[in-house]
Ligand binder design. Sequence first.
Ligand SMILES: Cc1ncc(COP(=O)(O)O)c(C=O)c1O
Length: 446
Amino acid sequence: MAMMVPEYGLGALYGFEEMEAIALALQQDGYEGGGILREFEREFCEYTGAKHAIGTVSGTMALHMAAHVLDLGPGDEVVCTPQTFQATMLPFLGRKVGVRFADIEPETLCIDPATIEAQITPRTKAIYVMHYGGLPCDMEPIMRIAKKHRLPVVEDAAHAPGADCRGRKIGSIGDLTCFSFGSLKNMTTLGRGGMVTTNDDHYAERLRNMRGRGFGGRRMKRRTTSIGPYAKPDPPYSDHSGDAYTHDWPEITEAGMNIPMTGAEAACGRVQLRKLDRMNGIRRDLARIYSEGLTAIEGVRVQPVTEGRHSIYHLYPFFINQSATGVNHDDLIRGLEARGVRINNRFFPCHVSGYMRAQGHRFGECPVIERVWFEEQVNLPISPLHTPAQMRYVVEQAAALIAELREAGARARLRKTAPGGAAAKPQRGAAKPRRGARAAKARGKR
Ligand SMILES: Cc1ncc(COP(=O)(O)O)c(C=O)c1O
């Protein structure tokens, strides 16, 4: 029976627990909900094993905050994965930071540690990785390389709350880890939100200063506590003078931005955090149905399930071997869509995006992601609101479609090789080449 399988399952991700917690937060929310946010941050630290957690308005802002405390600026460079959402790039573009792209592991879509060192130059200020679809990057070699070159590692963990790498939760490993709690993420704080975690006290202090309305930088004690002829009020009253009577600030490195998560969002986050392992478990169970079904199809591979790196399946990609099967990648995507399966392939390789081409980046820079993206990768729908029956339907449709496309490809090859076949002499009105074939031809020209 035909089915529609939307990108995200139907229904609400929130239950009465969230509604109750938010209602309580609204009643307590006297001053910017600070107490509830502190509780959420403490629980997030407990969950991830990070020393500090700083809640903010979005994952994009978390990435900006990380770039800010690393003092990234014009002339600096970072080494980064090309397989990520453009939000990872925004702090670089805004700060005129050069990006050197490493390549990816074709099996996982995460940065390939073996390709990082070749991109490190004297200008490199940080290594940026992204845990693709909730599958952790291979953090051990990445941290070893970073240590050798004395570089901080920033993790874009928008997809990875609850994922773990060799027994350590994401959030506790790199120097700065940026989470997103947007509406479609594995956990959400009323549809928008983010968090930076760090084990470094200095980064944490700077992050809190910029997140609030404080300053950061060098502070010097004054010799007198008067401003002109006016002495510091004694006893003091609330005058918003901060420490102006007692300190001078010769060097301001932070101008506060007032970007904390609200109390109601934090209250929602606390409940979602308690549900996170269960929601991730549902995703894992659904992913298992996909993986078992898809690996039985010849010419198809899926992300590996390894001992040390455990995905929480924010996304579910699988891969078709286009050249071995003769199944055109683009036809497969269009065919699945025609059978009711919503495909949203993510992410177009950053180095060939328009904004990175404008910085001089080109096709050919990262051959692995280019092959995987243009020829192999297909992202299937997954969320805790999908059902096992939907996953089984998708597998059945994929298997039937691949068999159909294989056969059609084989018939076309036969026609081509037959004496006087269609390919030998193009017919008037013959079908135009498929989009994938046209794209490949165009790529060859560039
Ligand atoms: C990999 C990645 N990084 C960062 C972000 C940005 O997060 P937010 O939408 O919370 O700003 C996203 C959002 O989808 C993402 O997928």
